[in-house]
Ligand binder design. Structure first.
Ligand code: NAP
Ligand code: ZN
Length: 337
């Protein structure tokens, strides 16, 4: 089978199409003919050599978390799916025995890891991580859902966002950003989001963003948000200087959920503002398989339409990563093996 592999960790030019032996499913595993696999900034970190998880010894490395396709074979002890089923993968890998695996939420598993290997014609995955797809959700749409929408959904719930709330989304145009805007609207909340690009913001307005601020300057963004209102929640996937900004505009008792570090791994907190304002800052990673099921249901019911910027052939996976690196896209980038 063919796979799009990272053969060096220098950026998009380090992606090559390679041949690999067809995988054989072991006990509990299923093979999926991959129709579509979305990419995430997590994969780009790896490709840029900026991930502790993968180094030169691991090359060639096939990434790809968000797999959707058709089950072609199942190993022993696989229940619930069979060859021919259309499925989407929950990329969570959990130990099954720690207190969070036993009592939930599973994404807090003490040995939490993620599946990698979807940028290939066939993926060998855990059968119990497959969620069936209804006929009216196509594989490309389904592949857009797992990482970005599960993460956004989980953060909105951790921040207890509800009807009438105002949610601030710095960086509203990417995978997690657009997912947050769309899901906040499903929760009945209003959104204010930022981008460096007026054209991209305009597209996110069409997807439900209520207020757009075209700026990368922290003080200008703060003034822009304050002119609109006082956010009840901040969904922060950028980190860096956006953390202090998010904290300063957040209402008394509000929650900022953080899941990423695109703008930097170091942030400062105004401690006095935090305690006098009774504010909460929570870390959040991915979501649960049950979250994924609900997101597939919302998509089936027409309440959610995951946004796909562009699709790429497997051989053009380098171009897909270049588009992410160049900040060209709105929503998800999906490869179709
Ligand atoms: N913990 C988890 O479970 C989890 C899950 C998913 C994602 N994440 C993290 O969340 C972040 C977003 O992931 P994603 O896949 O949604 O990425 P993405 O699609 O590439 O995000 C693009 C967004 O980030 C903004 N952006 C890019 N570079 C920036 C910079 N240097 N400074 C400020 N803004 C910048 C873009 O703004 P413009 O519109 O101005 O271009 C755009 O809004 C990443 O840090 C990722 O690792 C974490
Ligand atoms: Zn566990």
């Amino acid at each position: 089978m063919r796979a799009a592999a990272f053969t060096d960790l220098s950026g998009p030019e380090g992606v090559s199409t390679i041949d690999r032996p067809d995988p054989e499913p072991g006990p509990g595993e299923a093979l999926v003919d991959v129709t579509a696999c979305a990419i995430n900034r997590h994969d780009l970190w790896i490709l840029e050599g900026d991930s502790a998880m993968v180094d030169a010894d691991d090359l060639p490395f096939v990434t790809g978390l968000d797999v959707a396709g058709v089950v072609s074979e199942v190993g022993e002890d696989v229940r619930g799916v069979e060859p021919g089923d259309r499925v989407v993968l929950c990329p969570n890998e959990t130990c099954g025995s720690c207190r969070f695996c036993r009592e939930g939420p599973e994404n807090m598993c003490e040995r939490f890891a993620l599946f990698h290997g979807g940028l290939a014609e066939t993926a060998c995955v855990r059968g119990d991580r497959l969620v069936p797809l209804p006929d009216d959700v196509d594989a490309t749409t389904a592949a857009a859902i797992p990482t970005a929408y599960m993460t956004a959904f989980h953060m909105l719930r951790r921040a207890e966002v509800g009807p009438g709330d105002l949610v601030f989304v710095p960086g509203a145009t990417g995978g997690v950003g657009v997912a947050t805007v769309q899901l906040a609207s499903v929760f009945g909340a209003e959104t204010v989001g930022t981008s460096s690009s007026a054209a991209k913001l305009e597209r996110v307005r069409d997807l439900g963003l209520d207020h757009g601020i075209e700026s990368t300057a922290i003080d200008e963004i703060r003034d822009g948000v304050e002119a609109i209102g006082t956010p009840d929640a901040v969904i922060n996937h950028l980190g860096g200087e956006f953390t202090r900004l998010g904290q300063s505009v957040l209402r008394r008792g509000g929650t900022m959920a953080i899941c990423g570090r695109t703008a930097g791994n170091e942030s400062t907190i105004d401690v006095t503002n935090l305690f006098l304002g009774h504010k909460r800052v929570v870390g959040s990673t991915m979501g649960t398989q049950d979250d994924l099921r609900r997101l597939v249901e919302l998509t089936t019911d027409g309440e959610l339409a995951p946004e796909i910027d562009r699709t790429y052939a497997l051989a053009d996976t380098d171009e897909a990563f270049a588009a992410m690196q160049e900040r060209e896209s709105v929503g998800k980038i999906v490869v179709e093996p």
